[in-house]
Ligand binder design. Structure first.
Ligand SMILES: [Cu+2]
Length: 314
């Protein structure tokens, strides 16, 4: 696997601490674009059938720190242990290790625009596997499990403390312990307000800039507060959690990855309620969220994807 070089002379940042220190790769966009053009995208999976998805009940994703019950917490952990035993969990981590999917702003402009759609589809893939094994482990459960979300202004979900059942794919041994501490700061309530309501202050410097660009730039973690200091968001949550969550490639090895990205997805959904258009400037295969065959546009109606959020409050 080529983790290597985007032709920017530095290679792709290995940790989110480096991602934050470098900032958005404005000076390397041409080199990154060329590097991405030479990548060969694999065969995409078939689309799921909308009919079947629409007929299934929608799962309300719950708040990891309040509405996700202790019974669900246990079921979630047991399901992940089972996925690890099956090797399915490692397969899911593998999608994130494959940088040809071009799904982060650190990979350039297209990566910035694919970030939200790609990770939404990724979460759906995980949620389906979670539900599949939960049905085996709890055949009489009446409610399906959804991925809980971790509001960044809340403390780390205590029920996940020490829970790291998947080995580090690079070493084969247990992942390093989490840090769960600043620096960098993780987003506080005021920062969430800036991400959602003051996105227009983000100056991306990109030629195709629109409201979507500014919003995702802030939410991924490239933005600034009104006072000019860095705006903590997605990138900072990875670095704050630390351990394997700080790794730009294998971070989904830590189960909190899914809770962290459910909050990214929920904040996007909250923003979309008042900003349904425009979307990202993506054309051709860049608009397809490979290795899946859904396009960005296929992913906007979350009820079709089988979930909702139990709260759309900040
Ligand atoms: Cu992430």
């Amino acid at each position: 696997m080529n983790h290597g070089h985007h032709g920017n002379g530095q290679g792709h940042p290995e940790t989110f601490d480096e991602v934050i220190a470098r900032g958005f790769p404005h000076e390397h966009l041409d080199a990154l674009r060329k590097a991405n053009e030479t990548r060969v995208r694999g065969v995409t999976a078939p689309k799921w059938t909308r009919g079947a998805a629409a007929a299934a009940p929608v799962v309300a994703r719950k708040d990891a720190s309040s509405t996700f019950t202790t019974v669900e917490q246990t079921a979630f952990k047991n399901a992940i242990v089972r996925l690890v035993e099956e090797g399915k969990y490692q397969e899911l981590v593998g999608h994130h290790m494959d940088m040809s999917h071009n799904m982060h702003g650190s990979m350039g402009e297209v990566g910035l625009y694919r970030f939200l759609g790609w990770h939404r589809r990724y979460l759906v893939e995980f949620e389906r596997e979670l539900q599949r094994v939960d049905k085996i482990l709890r055949p009489t459960a009446t409610e399906k499990l959804g991925v809980p979300y971790w509001r960044w202004q809340d403390p780390f979900p205590a029920w996940l403390s020490g829970f790291l059942p998947c080995p580090d794919p690079n070493s084969g041994s247990s992942p390093p312990p989490r840090k769960n501490a600043s620096p960098p700061s993780k987003a506080n309530a005021a920062d969430i307000g800036i991400i959602l309501n003051q996105f227009a202050i983000q100056d991306t410097g990109l030629s195709g800039e629109n409201d979507y660009t500014k919003f995702t730039y802030g939410l991924e973690g490239w933005g600034l507060r009104p006072n000019g200091t860095g705006l903590p968001a997605h990138n900072h949550g990875h670095a704050w959690a630390g351990g394997i969550m700080n790794n730009t490639s294998v971070s989904p090895t830590d189960p909190v990855f899914w809770l962290h990205h459910a909050e990214v997805d929920r904040l996007w959904q909250i923003w979309r309620q008042t900003h349904p258009a425009p979307g990202p400037v993506l054309t051709g295969s860049d608009r397809i969220m490979d290795p899946w065959s859904e396009s960005y546009d296929d992913l906007l109606d979350i009820s079709v994807l089988g979930y909702s959020y139990d709260s759309m409050a900040i």
